[in-house]
Design a protein around this ligand. Structure first.
Ligand SMILES: Cc1cc2nc3c(=O)[nH]c(=O)nc-3n(C[C@H](O)[C@H](O)[C@H](O)COP(=O)(O)O)c2cc1C
Length: 202
């Protein structure tokens, strides 16, 4: 059987979500997937980015990561989205990218794929779950197959978010437990999609 194609599409201003995305790449590749890691385009004005040193630095550090396009979704059997929590919702940068996908949606090209998501917030009760749930609304519209991590692996009892891997950035960079959770989530996405592919007629 052909390996699963997984697109990991994220936005990150200061690197936290990018770190989670890289851990997801590791988990997915270990599970045998072809993986495309893609960042969405920055939409904030340069003055805003440059006013924050960590933001400007991260933009510079990830200049070589390819920018997401609709083709990545067409190619993918499964898609993981990563976003910082912005007032309890998905970041406008990721949403702006998602809003370019209307034509693919219209032609039925976003349906029947596995979708899953991960996030970071500054504080523990800062809206991680509402952010992940807000992304799920979009997957429903697309006819996606939502695959959350739940409590399906021991690591989930340590990392603790059944909706998707999440990190509280105010407490420092992602811990090893969080990175393991991101790797596990990606593996679960790949394994689920592989089972679906195996059961579909060619
Ligand atoms: C406009 C804006 C809104 C934010 N809203 C929230 C929020 O609702 N809850 C929260 O805990 N953190 C909030 N944050 C903090 C970000 O979620 C946090 O900096 C981010 O997760 C770090 O991820 P990154 O390093 O990948 O950019 C907000 C930050 C900005 C700039």
């Amino acid at each position: 059987m052909e390996p699963v194609n997984l697109a990991i599409i994220y936005y990150s201003a200061t690197g936290t979500v990018h770190t989670l995305a890289k851990a997801a790449v590791e988990g997915a590749e270990k599970a045998g997937a072809n993986v495309r890691l893609r960042r969405v385009a920055e939409t904030a004005p340069a003055e805003a980015v440059n006013a924050r040193e960590e933001w400007a630095q991260h933009v510079q550090d990830t200049a070589d990561v390819e920018v997401a396009s609709g083709d990545d979704l067409e190619w993918a059997d499964a898609v993981m989205f990563g976003t910082p929590t912005r007032f309890g919702l998905v970041s406008s940068q990721l949403k702006a990218f998602i809003d370019t996908l209307g034509p693919l949606w219209f032609h039925g090209k976003l349906s029947n794929k596995v979708y899953s998501a991960f996030t970071a917030s500054n504080s523990a009760h800062g809206g991680q779950e509402s952010t992940l749930l807000s992304l799920s609304n979009i997957f429903y519209h697309w006819g996606g197959i939502i695959v959350p991590p739940g409590y399906t692996d021991p690591i989930q009892f340590q990392s603790g978010n059944p909706y998707g891997t999440s990190h509280v950035a105010g407490g420092g960079p992602p811990s090893d437990v969080t990175l393991q959770a991101a790797r596990y989530q990606a593996r679960r996405v790949v394994d689920t999609m592989a089972a679906l592919k195996a059961g579909r007629p060619a």
